[in-house]
Design a protein around this ligand. Structure first.
Ligand SMILES: [Zn+2]
Length: 324
């Protein structure tokens, strides 16, 4: 079963689509073309990695462009055999004159809904607040996201530079709004910051899932809390390698999390940049990190339980898993 619970829309723009959208908007092609601007040929560092992801930002220039990117992301995932895709994106990054935050969210929801309808693969959008934005900006964003609950938006996330902006307290009001609307809560935490950041994301923001969370392993008390609390860690091994967070994909902490009893789900984070989609990440688990069939079965069970799904979709995925 292929359930992708940590993937960024900005990391799924097809290079061919990028070229077409750029042409339509009068954006000059980057030297070497869009494929080279978007893709990483080899592991790098976070700065280079994020520059590759950010190269797509100017292409989110209209409702139609954004809806197309979102629809194609769902179509590509379905063509790759995925059973469910959650796509996160930062609407405030893409808002501009004539394109409000609500317009960006509406375009993503519309594109994803069209893609799901055409392919039969369910999907859900996760709105990401950014750490460096003011609390007021994120409160307004949460209100917009909440207004799309039940209309394509299923979750709320916090992303951005954890080292420069570690404080979670300023964002508590935004997350309270998202929770009240019934959105699922996840948070990029303990990715660059310390282990305790993961626990704080759960306690202060109500996160039931943690993006990356690799540093949880540094603190035995937080690791024990993670196992006991049932918090779910979204792991993205190749992405962590390509950002330079780990020196080699063989060093990924997923086996340590598993052995400690932490519930895990899988994501491909930014597959256009890394060249590894969810199937590739599953192969990393089995081929490189020693995952067994029983481990994968547990991953699938946790993925269905932890996904931000409508109840009907959760039951359908559970039935599909039982048939495998
Ligand atoms: Zn991420």
């Amino acid at each position: 079963m292929l359930v992708d619970l940590h993937s960024h829309l900005e990391g799924r723009v097809r290079p061919e689509t990028a070229a077409e959208l750029a042409r339509a908007a009068g954006i000059a092609d980057p030297a070497g073309g869009w494929g080279q601007a978007i893709r990483l040929d080899a592991p790098a560092d976070l700065t280079v990695y994020l520059r590759k992801v950010a190269s797509t930002y100017p292409l989110f220039h209209s409702r139609d462009a954004i809806a197309r990117i979102a629809r194609e992301a769902v179509e590509d995932a379905a063509a790759a055999g995925l059973d469910y895709l959650e796509l996160r994106f930062g609407p405030v990054t893409h808002a501009r004159a004539g394109l409000r935050v609500e317009d960006v969210i509406a375009a993503v929801a519309e594109g994803m809904t069209d893609g799901s309808r055409a392919t039969g693969m369910p999907s859900g959008a996760v709105v990401a607040a950014l750490r460096h934005h003011d609390a007021d900006v994120n409160v307004a964003l949460a209100r917009s996201a909440a207004s799309f609950a039940g209309r394509g938006v299923v979750g709320f996330d916090l992303a951005g530079d954890e080292l420069l902006y570690p404080a979670l307290e300023p964002h508590q009001p935004a997350f309270a709004i998202a929770r009240a609307a019934g959105l699922g809560i996840t948070c990029h935490a303990a990715e660059a910051g310390p282990a305790l950041a993961a626990r704080q994301a759960a306690e202060l923001l109500g996160a039931t899932r943690i993006g990356h969370g690799a540093h949880i392993l540094d603190d035995p008390q937080v690791l024990a809390w993670a196992a006991e609390s049932g918090i779910v860690v979204e792991v993205c091994p190749t992405s962590n390698w390509y950002t330079g967070a780990i020196a080699d994909v063989r060093d990924h902490p997923a086996p340590d999390f598993r052995d400690a009893g932490v519930r895990l789900v899988l994501g491909d984070d930014n597959p256009m940049q890394t060249g590894s989609d969810l199937r590739g990440e599953r192969e990393v688990l089995t081929g490189t990190l020693g995952w067994t069939e029983a481990d994968l079965a547990e991953l699938d069970r946790v993925s269905i339980a932890a996904a931000f799904l409508e109840p009907g979709t959760r039951e359908a995925l559970t039935r599909a898993l039982e048939r495998t």
